[in-house]
Design a binder for this molecule. Sequence first.
Ligand SMILES: Nc1ncnc2c1ncn2[C@@H]1O[C@H](COP(=O)(O)OP(=O)(O)OP(=O)(O)O)[C@@H](O)[C@H]1O
Ligand SMILES: [Mg+2]
Length: 153
Amino acid sequence: MPELFLASEAETEELGLRIGRALAPSTILLLDGELGVGKTTVTRGIARGLGVEREVTSPTFLTLKVYATSLGVPLLHVDLYRVAAEGYLEEQGILEEVDEGAIAVVEWGEKAGDLQGYMTLELRITEEGEGRRGLLSAGAEWKERLERVGLEI
Ligand SMILES: Nc1ncnc2c1ncn2[C@@H]1O[C@H](COP(=O)(O)OP(=O)(O)OP(=O)(O)O)[C@@H](O)[C@H]1O
Ligand SMILES: [Mg+2]
């Protein structure tokens, strides 16, 4: 997809909102990017796009937070920052939850280990230090759903 420029925190959240509106049950979205790049901000938007009414806060100390969505499946917000071992998603039963319909958004997704059929959003701080760049990757089966919310892959 073309790299997106996100000029402000509001634009990062807006990208999340669009992604959230496109997501479907049984999906994993891995969020990559350095400390403080905007992974939780994007997740806040995703939650809004999924009709979550509670406020999303960083799960860093808890590793996992669960929110009810309007799709009738839970949103699992995972933060692997403090998790050392690969395989956490499987060991904690998160992959099983996803199989049963849950949507998992995973901060520090590169630590998730081997997974199949996931979507990735890579965030980067721009060279100038202002704003962010976002790169969304997903399988071709997502093309239409993402186009409907104005996103290209
Ligand atoms: N496009 C943007 N331009 C400038 N600042 C932004 C942008 N998007 C988010 N931010 C800011 O980046 C900061 C960090 O955001 P956030 O907590 O979402 O990052 P994170 O990647 O989840 O961090 P961590 O790695 O600690 O979990 C916030 O202060 C937020 O306002
Ligand atoms: Mg975070």
